[in-house]
Design a protein around this ligand. Sequence first.
Ligand code: LLP
Length: 427
Amino acid sequence: MDAFQYRENQLFCESVPVARLAEEYGTPLYVYSGSMILDALRTLQAVYAEVDPLVCYSVKANSNLGVLRLLNGHGSGFDVVSGGELFRVLKAGGDPGKTVFAGVGKSDPEIAQAIDAGVLMFNVESEAELDSIARVAAEMGRIAPIALRVNPDVDPKTHRYTSTGQKQSKFGVDIERAVRIAQTAKDKPSLTMIGMHMHIGSQITSVDPYVKAVAKGVELIRQLREMGHPIAWYNMGGGYGIAYKGHEARPIREFAEAILPGIKAAGCRLAIEPGRVIAGNAGVLVSRVLYTKQSGDKRFLIQDAAMNDLIRPALYESFHRIWPVAVPEGLPAPPTDYEAEIPGAEPRDVVGPICESGDFFAKDRPLPPLDRGDLLATFSAGAYGMVMASNYNTRPRAAEVLVEGDQAKLVRRRETLDDLVAQELDL
Ligand code: LLP
């Protein structure tokens, strides 16, 4: 489903005109569709139904409490990578027993916090971390449930910054080492190894790497069980790619068809950690054009949103569709085929006010004529958008609105200038 549709030339989020939200809450503004978030969650729960899946929404994609509360209300578990994210999950009423704790650098206090909360399992990323979890658990007189994060050494064919399952990556342990570490774990009474974890990368648009990874995982689980580890969970991580441009994503069902046979063969419950596929297309970033400008042949749209609001284009040169919130008469809805000619559109660089050449949302992007005051929507901004925002150039971070049907709720107010200096002590 796509809850962001144009009706009578106006962009709507579900039943709410986006322009009305921009008037009410100002810009830059993140707008999320609750129905799209839930639709993705339900699809994931349904396609894996045969293996009793636990969908652990990856909090890092969009950690707004409103989003977490919504997901929690519909049976989602959570994947957290810090004590901070765990704190958010608990604040949103999330069940720690459905929460997995990943990340290569868990500190002792974070480990203690997670044991105390009662997380479902730790995804263990190294032998040294295994020792730390065992030590902290022993000190607390507890037994910590763990899953070994294994690096299956497959190429997910995604951006190098979001590829995590190859040998040279900092994540997980390689398969050979995994067997050795699993031996060590046997001697630690404060640990119980109940799962095996893999996450091979993010924005993956082909099922092939998953097929390869699962095959390796099934074999490893057999070995771990032979050693006596009670492996009950196969955690396949996240990574499902979404459509940023048009049609590049594979349907979730295709991933499931690739993964399910292996999980069934392993006789495990499946945990998955999807982030982007739940929140990504469910959010837009709304901005306002401040100035238009020409320099040589280049034409610029200078808008009030910048790389501090959405860093993906600057950091990964990622593509986000951008289109006016109110489409001029006679022009189509946003293109889904950028190779084809777009009538009435001319190439523009969409840039923000930050003092860096890297502060752009798009280069030479076909757009209809626009003027100061016009609103722009940057699509597919619901994941890794607001969570990666900063205060660079002392810019207050944007507000966030969650829409459900004809209701819009402000789920994060815009920061004030006072907020920005509130932590500084020597005033
Ligand atoms: N599980 C683990 C262990 C992860 O490291 C990640 C993402 C996920 C799950 C969720 O992956 P997803 O389903 O969202 O692909 N900032 C980058 C993405 C970084 C992803 C980091 N790990 C971006 O904007 O593309």
